[in-house]
Design a protein around this ligand. Sequence first.
Ligand code: UD1
Length: 430
Amino acid sequence: MEQYVIKGGNPLVGEVDIAGAKNAALAILSAAIMTDETILIENLPDVRDINVLLEAIAEIGAQVERVDKSTVKINGSTIGNLSVDYEFIKKIRASYYLLGALLGKYKHAEVPLPGGCNIGSRPIDQHLKGFRALGAEVDIRHGAIVAKAENLHGSHIFLDVVSVGATINIMMAASMAAGRTIIENAAREPHVVDVANFLNSMGANIKGAGTDVIRIRGVEKLHRTEYSIIPDQIEAGTFMFAAAATGGDVTVRNVIPKHLEATTAKLEEIGCEVEEFDDAVRVRAPHKLHRTHVKTLPYPGYPTDMQPQIAVTLALAEGTSIVTESIFENRFKYADELSRMGANIKVEGNSAIIDGVKKLTGARVSAPDLRAGAALVIAGLAAEGVTVVDDIVYIQRGYENFEEKLRSLGAEIERVSSEKEIQKFRLRVG
Ligand code: UD1
């Protein structure tokens, strides 16, 4: 098991390049199997979730050729197996995107039912409701979702909750269903738009992605394309808060500033200066940050995936802040870890009440999930002394070269895998 060991206290300063969006890539790689022609995908993040999904895609018989770290070629003409193995869904829930992709192309898919996860129970009833509306018979058999149809047909679907996953999964299947589909109350996240743009570049006919009504005219066939994935707004936001919490000055490059507006607005509210360029954002943090309140919401609201990062930053801001989580019920698991570093944070229901403290002190903490893990790294970077973050396997799911990028900004952080290495680091940093 690997850990991060961090000596805090250095303001982060410099420039950092952001990778492609993991959550867009997971859906786009799945959709790439929907044609028998070869798809080239660029700006792929080199993170664990993506590598696992590529294995799952190869396992069902598609040809996957990794051209380089951020480029892959996929050819779905050789798919011989419409059933995805549990081993993959256990590692990444998002392999459920293969359900929409296989159902759209072959009118048949079998994918194990994903269980709950660290951030809460995560039903997929809206995905299934959408597939049924398109004419599929959907059953749960021996722990797997089996979706089958003679023919898929367009439908008018009203989602009961705003769901990124359901919007994308239905959009994929509907792209190859006969006639017109309308998805109402659709998610508007940038990666929904990116997947729609990708499918359109393969010959699909999707309009309205980015609004809450998406209209799809089904086509019989999709074709080859070359596509570059949008930058990762959550990775970018994480570095922006790392700059804020450490009193730093960081320019995040290769971003779409529009996608970062909710994060930028909160940083400005707490006293940071944020400067926007065409494809970069510079965050300069003052010595003292102020309190604010924040509630997570579907896009364009403040993202749930940025909730732990702002909470850690507010732990060091003057005054009392309230952070309310309205998307997932179990996303404050890091609060106890943060308390061990000296934060004054109390969770009541779906809110955390945070009284800012003057400083955090290094401690041994565990990453409870991907984004909370990244937030604990930010806490370690801002804290006095040495912090050890255990279970960084979660962080590696979604951050490419995290420690290298942080080091390039002046952080003292190392990835280690033994107590001996931790001791060596402690001795070195004094
Ligand atoms: C995606 C992101 C995740 C992010 C989340 C919210 C990926 C791979 N993951 O997850 O990082 O935190 O969006 O922005 O893109 N819900 C239902 N029934 C459903 C589907 C969802 O009740 O069928 C509920 C969920 O429990 C949750 C809310 O809807 O409360 C939003 O979930 P959803 O947008 O679907 O999240 P994911 O697509 O799983």
